[in-house]
Design a protein around this ligand. Structure first.
Ligand code: GLU
Length: 462
């Protein structure tokens, strides 16, 4: 069975790059009817794992990526890690090291002076004597002393490390007994039966160490996929300046989770030149073996474009659901389908959609100064008032076409053009000179409110 996992360190929010590897792991597990697990890597107890877990859960809920089973917290598993440390000590595969910090510094200084890689020199590897007093020992694992560590990475191909270049007998438990990162990752992946590890390639150099742990404990080594980083457009590490880092900030920016996932799958993977992928298509087409070998560049405009495509094409009911999350409930608004269809072509994000919807469904309580100055000069208000009288004379008007007919015959009778009326109507109805097709808006606002809003503008103290 394919079992994948996402294993964030609790930084307090879910990072955009993390969401991408989570998506890849999710898709691959679900596509293969496998399991997608979530593990919080909180061995560093100084950080608040509960808060971080909540932030990550929130982002998972928002993006609708569901993990199987309970969240695994490394901080709850210290006894388990201790058991494996003891096992390795008992089997002679790990040992206590009594090197003091001063001795370590001196060792590293000497290595630096000789232009060598700084690494532990194995001085306690086969130590049989009496341990020095006053030193609480760390536990080190016996790494191979020479040869190569090699694995077949699903993205990078065969990756080979020369042991002499990368390894030493690294610490697996601190002097206070707490276990270290590479040790617990390998144990957890093995015990959680993770078959495929999909993660950022910033972890590539950890992999040989983790393989040492797998081998020492007799566990099967999983298949690795090291995903190239997301870089900014100038090829540097992505930073806050380039775009949001916290997944939930995208929600604040009015990005749909569907669009964000679509954007992320394309950052590092492609299928011909297709840009838009539904979740069904992602599940059908995604294969981590086709992830790009080179880093991808973050492109904010592309995200905005994808978001606009989704806003244009999503089912109205879904957009109504989304707007609820932005505190706008259109479920009981009679003309909601027409309203959303009228606006969705014109907006790039949900914040814009919300504010356009509000400008139509809520009567304006102020009028845009610039629009007033530009379009309500001369006899504009009189013309508008006369048009309102024509509307009142006509009585109940429903369709956009009917509003247009009233306007046309009114304009003909006065020898005026639509430009004399359209902007003043907009100002009366939405408070500014910006709105979609004016007659469509009138039809949505409805006869009674149209007449009232025009009266309100005329009797305002402008
Ligand atoms: N906890 C690591 C991180 O957040 C990921 C470890 C892994 O995927 O193996 O970068």
């Amino acid at each position: 069975m394919v079992v994948t996992r996402f294993a964030p360190s609790p930084t307090g929010y879910l990072h955009i790059g993390g969401l991408r590897t989570a998506l890849y792991s999710y898709l691959w597990a679900k596509k293969n009817s496998g399991k997608f697990l979530l593990r919080i890597e909180d061995t560093d107890l100084k950080r608040n794992s509960q808060e971080a877990a909540l932030a990550i859960e929130e982002a998972f809920q928002w993006t609708n990526l569901s993990h199987d089973g309970e969240i695994v917290y490394q901080s709850n598993r210290f006894d388990l890690y201790k058991k494996y440390i003891q096992q390795l000590l008992d089997e002679g595969k790990a040992y206590y090291c009594y090197m003091s910090p001063q001795e370590r510094d001196a060792l590293y200084e000497k290595q630096k002076a000789n232009k060598e890689r700084t690494k532990y020199d194995g001085r306690y590897r086969d130590f049989q004597g009496t341990p020095p007093k006053g030193i609480e020992p760390v536990v080190r694992i016996k790494s191979p002393l020479d040869g190569e560590i090699s694995f077949d990475d699903g993205i990078k191909g065969q990756v080979t490390f020369n042991v002499k270049d990368i390894l030493d007998d690294f610490v697996i438990a601190r002097a206070d007994g707490t276990p270290l990162y590479n040790f617990v990752v390998a144990i957890d992946d093995a015990l959680m039966n993770v078959s495929e590890v999909i993660r950022g390639d910033d972890h590539l150099s950890n992999t040989p160490k983790q393989i040492v742990v797998y081998k020492a404990l007799g566990f099967d080594v999983p298949k690795f996929y090291h995903v190239p980083m997301i870089l900014n457009p100038s090829g540097k590490k992505l930073s806050k300046r380039d775009g949001a880092m916290d997944v939930m900030d995208y929600k604040k920016d009015g990005i749909l989770p569907e669009a964000l996932l679509n954007f992320l799958i394309r950052l590092g993977w492609s299928h011909g030149d297709q840009e838009i992928f539904s979740m069904e298509e992602m599940l059908e087409l995604f294969d981590p073996n086709n992830i790009n070998k080179s880093a991808s560049a973050y492109n904010a405009e592309k995200l905005s474009w994808i978001n606009a495509q989704y806003i244009k094409s999503l089912h109205v009911n879904r957009l109504v659901e989304v707007l609820k999350e932005y505190d706008l409930d259109l479920s009981n608004y009679e003309k909601r389908d027409e309203l959303i269809d009228l606006l969705r072509e014109r907006v790039k994000n949900i914040n814009e959609l919300k504010s356009m919807v509000n400008s139509i469904i809520i009567k304006p309580n102020e009028y845009d100064d610039k629009a007033v100055e530009k379009f309500l000069k001369g006899d504009a208000l009189e013309i508008l008032g006369a048009f309102n009288e024509a509307l009142k004379a006509k009585g109940e008007t429903t369709l956009a076409e009917e509003f247009k007919e009233v306007a046309n015959s009114f304009l003909d009778s006065k020898g005026l053009k639509l430009k004399h009326l359209a902007q003043p109507i907009r100002i009366a109805i939405v408070g500014s000179a910006v709105s979609p097709s004016v007659f469509d808006v009138l039809s949505i606002v409805g006869y009674k409110d149209v007449v009232q809003r025009i009266d309100a503008l005329i009797s305002s103290s402008l």
